[in-house]
Design a protein. Structure first.
Length: 255
């Protein structure tokens, strides 16, 4: 039994191969959609910064921050689909030191800002202020703009508290992690035809591949990425069923 945590296209096309999985399954994996990319800003602070909203946000590790208007948030996704840098995207504000003080030296701060989402292939800037379509050339300028927005809307004064930062574009994520195809960590977009029993494609659904004893157990299988442990748990149940083993908490029933 082989349980694979790689992305579906890598498993199907690179590790197994078109000749093994069949032309229909291969064609579907070749058309598999990755969805929009992530952009990350990692900052070291000379001291923690208070949230504009009050003390409560500072007590949690992870929160999503976005424009107050749903129309503005929707407009950001329109820009992303068109290949434009969004002006005020949704941002994951991650403050791990809030729940694990050892993450930062005493009296200091350490935060991550993960932009959900940006285009993988750039066409333009929605604000028409950043020129260029090469991530390596414009990523620092875009980080400046995102930090300016975060400073104004969520964490007043944070830019003055930054002593060091690291900016990761979708290309950087892809280069650093083979599983971060096109700078995502989701192993495929969450679209109606790539979720549930269709994830990633029908031939690889229910955690089983077209090859006996080879299973998909990562974010490319249902229910996808996130701290649910669902893909691994469900794949383990499928493997136990095929081996006719009792899965913990369930009674195996023979046909």
């Amino acid at each position: 039994m082989i349980a694979v945590n790689a992305d579906p296209r890598h498993l199907g096309l690179d590790l197994l191969g078109k000749e093994i999985i069949g032309t229909d399954a291969a064609a579907k994996l070749e058309r598999y959609e990755w969805g929009p990319s992530f952009f990350g800003i990692y900052v070291a602070l000379d001291r923690p910064v208070a949230f504009k909203a009050g003390p409560e946000p500072a007590t949690v590790c992870y929160l999503h921050a976005s424009h107050a208007s749903l129309d503005q948030l929707a407009a950001s996704f329109v820009d992303i689909r068109a290949g434009r840098l969004p002006t005020s995207p949704m941002v994951g504000i991650i403050n791990e030191a809030a729940v694990d003080p050892t993450r930062a030296p005493a009296g200091k701060g350490l935060m991550k800002f993960i932009v959900h989402f940006v285009p993988y292939r750039l066409a333009a800037d929605a604000a028409s202020k950043i020129t260029g379509t090469n991530w390596s050339e414009i990523k620092e300028s875009y980080a400046d703009r995102v930090l300016e927005w975060i400073d104004d809307a969520f964490l007043p004064g944070i830019r003055k508290r930054i002593v060091a930062r690291s900016v990761q574009s979708p290309l950087d994520y892809e280069r650093r992690m083979q599983s971060a195809v096109q700078g995502t960590h989701q192993h495929g977009a969450f679209l109606p035809y790539q979720v549930g029993g269709f994830r990633p494609v029908p031939e690889f659904a229910d955690y089983r591949s077209p090859v006996a004893n080879v299973y998909l157990c990562g974010a490319g299988s249902h229910p996808g990425s996130g701290v649910t442990l669902g893909p691994g748990r469900n794949a383990a149940e499928a493997i136990c069923a095929d081996l006719k083993l009792t899965f913990p908490g369930k009674t195996f029933v023979t046909a």
